[in-house]
Design a protein. Structure first.
Length: 88
């Protein structure tokens, strides 16, 4: 896993310089790893579920290039910051 602490900000930092398709693949792999934490104990369960859910929402954001109405303002700000950071 890229972010051992299940921090989206750490994960987003690792996406710098990657192309679009690599980013989609990396998001999918990170979400899978985070979901595997669900089987490794109580502390990991909470971290893994929330982090995996965030990554899945980010995947939708990246694929659609539009903010879904169900997405929170906090997610939109966080995801746009991640995308802006990737472009630099």
């Amino acid at each position: 896993m890229i972010s051992k602490d299940c921090r989206f900000e750490d994960f987003a930092e690792a996406l710098k310089g990657k192309d679009y398709y690599d980013i989609l693949y990396i998001i999918e792999q990170e979400a899978t790893e985070a979901e595997r934490l669900l089987f490794r104990g109580a502390d990991a369960h909470e971290c893994g579920k929330a982090y995996a859910d965030t990554l899945k929402r980010f995947m939708v954001y990246m694929r659609q290039h539009v903010r879904p109405s169900s997405q929170s303002d906090a997610d939109a700000i966080m995801f746009q910051a991640a995308v802006d950071n990737m472009e630099h």
